[in-house]
Design a binder for this molecule. Structure first.
Ligand SMILES: NC(=O)c1ccc[n+]([C@@H]2O[C@H](COP(=O)([O-])OP(=O)(O)OC[C@H]3O[C@@H](n4cnc5c(N)ncnc54)[C@H](O)[C@@H]3O)[C@@H](O)[C@H]2O)c1
Length: 283
């Protein structure tokens, strides 16, 4: 697989101006942000590959796309399995012959203090939220580069990947990692004409608070209910459609950070002020 940058490609990357007939893969495409993203990309002319563990949810999204004259295939995929993500990539190239937009979006959350987090909590959340993204890169990136066309990767992180909140430590660990991975990926992929965005929302009206519905039996905590109630998030709660609209714009602009909630500015500023004070030797 040739992984060297093509000569003549601009160092800064070119934006993906039209989605017409481009192929987009969306993990977690059965619900919430992934569902809205799939519908929005399809409306812009893209052909969709949906990946999720929720087959009924995915079929409903695929049917909605087809009912409007779009194209979509749904592939049952557990993103925590490299093998399954690799066969998702095979199915995507088999169906459409190319992949231009990869949205590593599937995610789950657990709530509660880190002092009580179990090994299974860590395994489950890291498996989906971090390994899911890494598997996406391993399975798709070499072929996206080899196909030699413009492309874009969107990784869904969270404001919890930029600012820490009490009670969200396991989740935050994975989302900070996705932010770091995405920031590096944007630099690494610049010569290949593949843009990168990292999506960092705060509250969005989705089923994330019911994440336990997707926890495999083998990773459930024995005899225990979910440890804590979801933490209260600051700021407004956006609809998934509002978030998807911002993602579409960000792909077009090849914009790295997608910060959907301006309310995030204050906590971000406070974090950087604390870092600044530490550098300056102040308390
Ligand atoms: N909703 C919010 O407030 C919010 C805020 C910040 C970030 N996010 C992130 O947005 C992303 C999408 O979540 P959402 O809010 O739309 O929640 P959601 O629960 O509505 O959708 C998540 C989707 O991921 C799927 N999924 C779960 N485990 C999977 C697995 N192992 N393999 C494949 N698919 C799997 C679910 O079936 C579901 O369709 C997640 O990465 C989440 O962390 C959400």
């Amino acid at each position: 697989m040739p992984l060297t940058p093509r000569s003549g490609w601009p160092e800064t990357g070119v934006t993906l101006e039209t989605f017409k007939d481009r192929v987009a893969v969306v993990t977690g495409g059965a619900s919430g942000i992934g569902r809205a993203l799939a519908l929005a990309l399809s409306r812009e002319g893209a052909r969709l590959v949906l990946a999720d563990v929720d087959e009924a949810g995915m079929s409903a999204v695929a049917d909605a796309i087809k009912a409007r004259g779009g194209e979509a295939v749904a592939v049952r995929t557990d993103v925590s399995s490299l093998e399954q993500v690799q066969s998702l990539a095979d199915r995507a190239w088999g169906a459409f012959g190319a992949v231009h937009i990869l949205c590593n979006n599937a995610g789950v959350a657990v709530w509660g203090g880190l002092e009580a987090a179990t090994y299974r909590d860590w395994q489950w959340v890291i498996g989906v939220n971090l390994w899911g993204v890494i598997h996406g890169l391993l399975a798709f990136l070499p072929r996206m580069i080899a196909q030699g066309e413009e492309g874009h990767i969107v990784n869904t992180a969270s404001m919890a990947g930029l600012v820490a909140s009490q009670g969200l430590g396991v989740y935050s660990t994975t989302k900070y990692a996705v932010v770091g991975l995405s920031e590096t990926l944007a630099k690494d992929l610049r010569p290949y004409n593949i843009g990168v965005s990292v999506l960092c929302p705060i509250g969005v009206t989705t089923r994330i608070r019911e994440s336990e519905r997707n926890r495999p039996d083998a990773l459930r905590n024995p005899g225990r209910q979910p440890r804590s109630e979801p933490v209260q998030l600051m700021g407004r709660t956006l609809t998934p459609e509002e978030v998807a609209e911002q993602v579409v714009i960000a792909i077009r602009r090849n914009q790295l950070y997608i910060l959907t909630h301006p309310e995030g500015l204050d906590p971000l500023r406070r974090r950087f002020q604390r870092l600044e004070r530490a550098i300056l030797g102040q308390r």
